[in-house]
Design a protein around this ligand. Structure first.
Ligand SMILES: *[C@@H]1O[C@H](CO)[C@@H](O)[C@H](O)[C@H]1NC(C)=O
Ligand SMILES: *[C@@H]1O[C@H](CO)[C@@H](O)[C@H](O)[C@H]1NC(C)=O
Ligand SMILES: *[C@@H]1O[C@H](CO)[C@@H](O)[C@H](O)[C@H]1NC(C)=O
Ligand SMILES: *[C@@H]1O[C@H](CO)[C@@H](O)[C@H](O)[C@H]1NC(C)=O
Length: 397
């Protein structure tokens, strides 16, 4: 028989060695944890230390974009976006592409406008500076945009469902009055007032303008002569798709702003807005369209429908890839917008603190912030023009 004592001793020593191994193991795990915690600290987003991009812990930092081009498509909620960009330009002292026009004449906030777009259309810059932002009304012209804006510019626009956009443009530009004046519409008509116009618009020389006839395609730069040439529009759309990094949908305005904020790496505060009158959307039933009217509109405004269909499909894809908490983030944003609107329009209180959430740090909105969000587009435009002219004057001394 083998010495029992000896074998027991052997077992004991194995156990002891095992235990020792366990202690070593625990010790190693502890060290690893400490090291891991330290490395985790390095990747905190607020940490300003540089991280080696080759490191597995490297997280690409979000760098705010300052070079942006926004195509201000008519009657699509673009004025509210313009206010957001104007505030950002003023706050960051950026160089804005502005039309070189006599102040306060008609369309003085339009770049170009019936004249070809060239460097002579805009307020020049001192020699050693470059443009950061373009947001004013302009007919999109790829060559012009690429010539004046830096290569890393972020291009975006906004579109709206074409039937709604047609009605909004028709109302805004007084189509009804024009039709009455031209004897196309009886002054007493109250229902389906555009039926006769839509039946005959291809023959009618009066009664509509650039903003009513495929207004979106027009703003995106489809030449007037080709706007009903669908094969041309389809080719053109392929180029637009390459040129524009993002296209917002007016129908999903808050969702669009959250996506924009993510893409530009801006803060929530930058994309806040005050709901202006344009958003009340008065519903006049006298402008209602019949089913036949809508069918005719589809046929006539095919370019606008193609553009809308294309970019709304891309938009839905983007939402799907925006993360599982996207809708919650939008809800949080809507809540903040509601609170801010209440504070800004309500009884005077010095400031309002927006509490932190999963998606934003705590921040304060002051009366001055309210004032700027509530300032009319042309007034902020005048301020930006003044700044651009001062900049030019100072540099020439
Ligand atoms: C587009 O921009 C280029 C470059 O400024 C200019 O030569 C051309 O005439 C413009 N086209 C239109 C239609 O304005
Ligand atoms: C509108 O209605 C009024 C009152 O019924 C009538 O006198 C007038 O002739 C009508 N106008 C037109 C253009 O039909
Ligand atoms: C319509 O567009 C196509 C494709 O760009 C072009 O080849 C054709 O000449 C255009 N038709 C007219 C009438 O301009
Ligand atoms: C551009 O020129 C102005 C005036 O000569 C000068 O004050 C400024 O420092 C210059 N800026 C750069 C970035 O060179």
């Amino acid at each position: 028989m083998v010495n029992r004592k000896h074998s027991l001793g052997l077992v004991w020593s194995i156990i002891r060695r095992g235990l020792l191994k366990k202690y070593v193991l625990i010790f190693v795990i502890l060290i690893a944890m400490v090291l891991f915690m330290q490395s985790v600290k390095v990747i905190q987003p607020n940490d300003k230390r540089e991280i080696n991009p080759a490191s597995p812990f490297y997280v690409k930092r979000c760098i705010p974009k300052y070079h942006i081009a926004f195509l201000k498509v008519h009657k699509s909620g673009s004025s509210t976006v313009a206010n957001i960009i104007q505030r950002f330009a003023l706050e960051n002292n950026l160089n804005v592409v502005l039309p070189l026009k006599k102040p306060h004449v008609s369309h003085y906030n339009y770049i170009g406008d019936s004249k070809p777009l060239t460097k002579q259309s805009i307020i020049p810059l001192p020699n050693n500076q470059s443009y950061d932002i373009l947001y004013n009304h302009v007919i999109y012209n790829r060559t012009f945009f690429r010539a004046i804006l830096p290569p890393d510019t972020f291009y975006f626009a906004i579109v709206r469902e074409p039937v709604d956009r047609f009605l909004s443009a028709a109302r805004y530009y007084g189509l009804q009055k024009q039709l009455i004046k031209n004897g196309i519409l009886n002054a007493n008509s109250t229902k389906y007032i555009f039926s006769k116009f839509l039946e005959n618009q291809r023959k009618l020389k009066t009664g509509h303008n650039n903003y009513v006839d495929n207004g979106m395609a027009h703003d995106f730069g489809v030449p007037r002569k080709q706007i009903h040439n669908i094969s041309f529009v389809k080719d053109y759309l392929k180029q637009l798709d390459k040129d524009f990094h993002f296209v917002m949908l007016m129908e999903y305005f808050d969702e669009s702003l959250i996506l924009l904020k993510k893409l530009l790496c801006w803060d929530i505060k930058h994309v806040l807005y005050i709901k202006l009158n344009t958003f009340k959307g008065h519903k006049d039933t006298d402008h209602d369209l019949s089913n036949a009217d809508i069918a005719r509109l589809h046929e006539w405004q095919e370019a606008d429908f193609l553009i809308y269909k294309h970019f709304s499909f891309k938009f839905s894809q983007l939402i799907h890839s925006a993360g599982s908490d996207f809708l919650q983030e939008v809800r949080n944003f809507k809540d903040i917008v509601r609170q801010i609107n209440k504070f800004c329009i309500g009884v005077p209180k010095k400031s309002f603190t927006v509490t932190n959430s999963q998606w934003n740090e705590q921040f304060v909105i002051t009366r001055d912030d309210c004032k700027r969000m509530n300032t009319r587009e042309l007034k902020l435009h005048d301020m930006l023009v003044q700044k651009a002219l001062d900049n030019l004057r100072l540099s020439s001394h």
